[in-house]
Design a protein around this ligand. Structure first.
Ligand SMILES: [Ca+2]
Length: 593
């Protein structure tokens, strides 16, 4: 008996796939995968598995003397166990998310007691955590249908994303993985072909699946993707207004005839209307709204024009203690309030347009809820609503996202599911985009695969307790196009937030969120908090080391840089005084060698 070695050689397949994978960037050019995050890991696995393979081959190629036959018979059970262990190890290797193979391992264990439910996942773009009527963050903001979800379902006040940027967050939602594992570390990297999207698992057990709306991973394509039976999408960011050949409907380009939020809702209802009613469904409705440049539906334009925007405290200068230099400098940049998008944009007016655009999303939700009610589907459907990342409207002197501050990394999350969720439920745990895939698989009665970084929060919705994370890992990788925000790794706990910067001569940050929810006093050098800093630093690096997160990607140049400063904006930051020395002091302490 000779073993066919290639049967036990998935790492070679892995390596081969790794090298063969090519992808298109946002301009449609071929990118080599050399900018990947985890390049050394497959080499290591390759060598390890090679040694194992040699051992196996030696075992089965020995001469077949009687004595050896006897020995081999004795060894066979061990060999079988060994082979099983190798196979299991191989699968485990696959479970780091880099080598999962669609169509090969899509069968998951079923959880007892959970019947497959219909699922509607609604994702909005750049919807910040507090832009919902019931939270009253601004007096005028109006979202009656979102308010209804919170009132009749569950509200997650501590929902976050692990990277506050469109494509990385979307890839985390679909795969349950951190950005450094799924490798979509910016808005240009494509999703590696060997990753599994959670809807693929749902298809395997008979769900009908649909994606309607924004995809935006891997550049300007809108091609149907694995895991979805029904597909409506657009290239890149899409368009709020009608666009010739603007939509890809199941592989065919058709005009976008109307306002995007309304039209996507029409398609979503079309999918629901024409589905096989004997099967469960999963609708992934991914709105273009409320990404900038905000354009509300014509009927909603100007609806908040007579109201005043209440600017956040930290939009003013002089409100931050111990802020890093990069933050002070960013105030006068593309992503700062002194020179927003290199213009004289009025942040208050900008917010009002945002709220008007968001109102169209709320109307869409109302249409979906009405449809479910008409069809008698409210009781059998679970709706999850969330934003793909937050958005700063002046907090810390910034606009937009990317940072680890609350307005950037925090998102709205609501779950509505009569029969599962008690009305008025509030789940205080720190949940995130990486938890969506495990949770929706759980809703479908499937146990999430071990390789996922997230965990199902369904038990919380059912009123049960479970062990949960103490702190959430956050990561952002510097983009040359927006050089004002550095690479950062953070740990967001229920009380403290620790932010660690990399590749920049600056200070880290620690905030006590319980006593300083606006993150105004950086405690990183406060002697009373050094134990917290040390503990959180160790936890942060523990999480990174435990998830192959110790590699920082290098990206090729692509596109223009938004790197200008206004002559009339705030000045550059002063170097922190605690690092300043007189020359004599420096010489005596040896700090200036
Ligand atoms: Ca976004």
């Amino acid at each position: 008996m000779r073993m066919k070695s290639h049967l036990f050689w998935p790492p070679a397949l892995t390596w081969s796939r790794y090298n063969e994978s090519t992808a298109h960037d946002f301009k449609g050019q071929i990118m080599k995968p050399t900018s990947s995050v985890c390049l050394p890991a497959p080499v290591h696995e390759f060598k390890k598995m090679h040694r194992i393979r040699i051992s196996l081959l030696r075992f089965f190629r020995r001469p077949t003397t009687n004595a050896l036959k006897h020995t081999r018979q004795k060894r066979l059970p061990f060999a079988a166990g060994f082979i099983f262990a190798v196979a299991a190890s191989t699968i485990a290797c696959g479970q780091d998310g880099r080598v999962s193979q669609p169509g090969h391992s899509l069968e998951l264990l079923k959880t007892s007691g959970n019947k497959p439910r219909n699922i509607i996942f609604i994702l909005t773009d750049d919807h910040r955590f507090d832009a919902m009527g019931f939270l009253k963050a601004q007096s005028f903001i109006k979202t009656p249908n979102l308010d209804r979800l919170a009132k009749e379902g569950a509200y997650f006040p501590n929902a976050f994303v692990t990277t506050s940027l469109c494509s990385p967050s979307r890839a985390s939602i679909l795969t349950g993985l951190y950005a450094h594992k799924h490798k979509v570390i910016d808005n240009q990297h494509p999703v590696p072909e060997n990753l599994v999207f959670f809807p693929q698992y749902l298809q395997k057990i008979g769900y009908q699946t649909a994606l309607v709306g924004k995809w935006h991973m891997g550049g300007a394509h809108d091609d149907p993707q694995r895991g979805f039976d029904y597909w409506v999408s657009f290239k890149g960011q899409g368009s709020y207004l009608p666009e010739k050949n603007g939509l890809n409907v199941n592989g065919k380009h058709v005009p976008q005839k109307g306002y995007i939020t309304d039209e996507l809702t029409d398609y979503a209802l079309d999918f629901l209307n024409h589905r096989d009613k004997n099967k469960p469904f999963m609708l992934y409705l991914s709105h273009k709204a409320v990404h900038d440049n905000f354009i509300p539906a014509e009927r909603n334009r100007g609806m908040f024009k007579n109201y005043s925007f209440n600017p956040p405290l930290t939009m003013q200068t002089g409100k931050l203690e111990g802020a890093p230099m990069w933050l002070q400098n960013q105030r006068n940049s593309w992503h700062g309030v002194d020179f927003p998008y290199h213009s004289n944009l009025d942040i208050g007016e900008y917010y009002k347009r945002y709220a008007e655009t968001l109102y169209g999303v709320d109307e869409s939700l109302g249409r979906i809820l009405d449809y479910l009610k008409q069809q008698g589907l409210l009781e059998s459907t679970l709706i999850v609503y969330m934003g793909d990342n937050g958005f700063q409207f002046g907090e810390h002197g910034l606009i937009d996202k990317r940072t680890a501050y609350e307005a950037s990394m925090r998102v709205p999350m609501l779950v509505y599911g009569p029969g599962i969720v008690k009305p008025g439920t509030v789940v205080p745990e720190v949940v995130a985009n990486i938890d969506i895939a495990p949770t929706l698989l759980d809703v479908a009665g499937l146990k999430a695969p071990n390789y996922m970084d997230g965990k199902s929060f369904l038990p919380f919705l059912e009123g049960k307790k479970q062990t949960w994370r103490d702190g959430l890992l956050y990561e952002y990788y510097w983009e040359r196009n927006y050089p004002q925000t550095p690479s950062m790794f953070a740990l967001r706990g229920s009380r403290y937030k620790y932010i660690h910067y990399y590749g920049i001569w600056d200070t880290d940050e620690l905030y006590d969120l319980q006593n300083d929810s606006l993150e105004t006093r950086n405690l990183i050098r406060n002697k009373n908090y050094q134990d917290v800093v040390t503990r959180m630093n160790q936890e942060l690096f523990g999480l990174l080391k435990g998830s192959q997160g110790m590699y920082i990607p290098l990206n090729p140049d692509s596109g223009e840089q938004s790197n200008l400063r206004s002559e009339y904006g705030s000045p550059a930051a002063s170097f922190p005084s605690y690092l300043m020395r007189e020359r004599e002091d420096s010489l005596s302490t040896g700090n200036n060698k």
